[in-house]
Ligand binder design. Structure first.
Ligand SMILES: [Mg+2]
Length: 291
């Protein structure tokens, strides 16, 4: 620590010695003085906040534990661990990552990451066009889509509520859903269009409750998801986990003779469990976790 401080102090001194004398105008000298002050303040913060430890051991703190305390872990590392299901059971995005989360979601990377997933899903689904299947076999193909954060976005809601850094408020989120104006996730809608054009049946499988059926239907239709083979919503009195509920619904489809050729969702609980599809596609969601 002392060595780092000394190096920073030396850096300030060298900069001052090499540059201050060359400044002629009062404005430039003032600018230099303010810059020097800012560097010194940063050096003091560097020491006060003990920022050296994460630089030396960036992955040491607690990644992979059930109760992640990710201070010191770079945001991208935390997000990767979340997306791959290595960090689970988290309630909120750590507050100090509010800015990183906002930047990820609205700065273009979120859309880009979704595009990569959907490009693969489109490539895979397109292979079904080439199959010499008879109509009977084709009739049994279904593709599962989750709804929230898979085909419809709650970003307008989370932008007003801390981008996942605040504990989930069921009342205010329900009010948002009841507006029926969640925007479409355009990459996944592209997949929906491709799947339909091939003749694969589309099934929406969501943990939204039955009481939200009407508003869900109109929201989907208003945002370009014009029709579907089935819209499966959770019974109002069902309180099981998403993983259990969705596994059960997939099993029913399978038992009825349908072949789940693909499945896409933003949570692992959308995808894994019983009767998983032939291919699973996970779109990003770094703002909440559903078991
Ligand atoms: Mg979802």
């Amino acid at each position: 620590m002392a060595m780092v401080t000394a190096k920073l102090a030396l850096l300030v001194a060298l900069l001052a010695a090499s540059s201050y004398g060359a400044l002629s105008s009062p404005e430039l000298r003032d600018l230099w003085t303010r810059t020097e002050r800012a560097v010194k303040a940063a050096a003091e913060r560097f020491v006060d906040e003990d920022l050296t430890a994460p630089v030396i051991h960036p992955l040491r703190p607690r990644v992979g534990s059930a109760e992640p305390d990710p201070i010191g872990v770079p945001y991208d590392s935390w997000r990767l661990a979340v997306e791959t299901g290595n960090i689970i059971d988290w309630e909120t995005v750590p507050a100090h990552w509010l800015v990183d989360t906002r930047k990820y979601l609205i700065g273009g990377q979120y859309r880009q990451d979704s595009k990569v997933v959907v490009d693969e899903a489109v490539l895979y689904s397109s292979s079904f066009k080439l199959r010499g299947s008879n109509d009977t076999e084709k009739e049994k193909w279904v593709w599962l889509f989750d709804i929230d954060e898979t085909v419809l976005s709650s970003l307008p809601y989370y932008a007003k509520h801390g981008f996942g850094t605040k504990k989930h408020n069921f009342t205010s989120f329900r009010e948002y859903v009841l507006e029926g104006n969640s925007p479409p996730l355009l990459e996944t809608r592209r997949l929906y269009d491709v799947v339909r054009s091939i003749g694969i049946k589309t099934v929406f499988l969501s943990t939204r409750k039955e009481e939200l059926r009407n508003i869900t239907e109109s929201n989907l239709q208003n945002k370009g998801f014009s029709d579907w083979f089935k819209l499966l919503l959770k019974p109002n009195d069902c309180n099981g986990t998403a993983l259990v509920y969705k596994s059960g619904e997939r099993k029913k489809l399978q038992d009825a003779g349908y072949e789940i050729v693909g499945s896409i969702g933003d949570q692992w609980s959308d995808l894994i469990g019983q009767a998983e599809g032939k291919r699973l596609f996970k779109v990003p969601n770094p703002i909440y976790y559903i078991p």
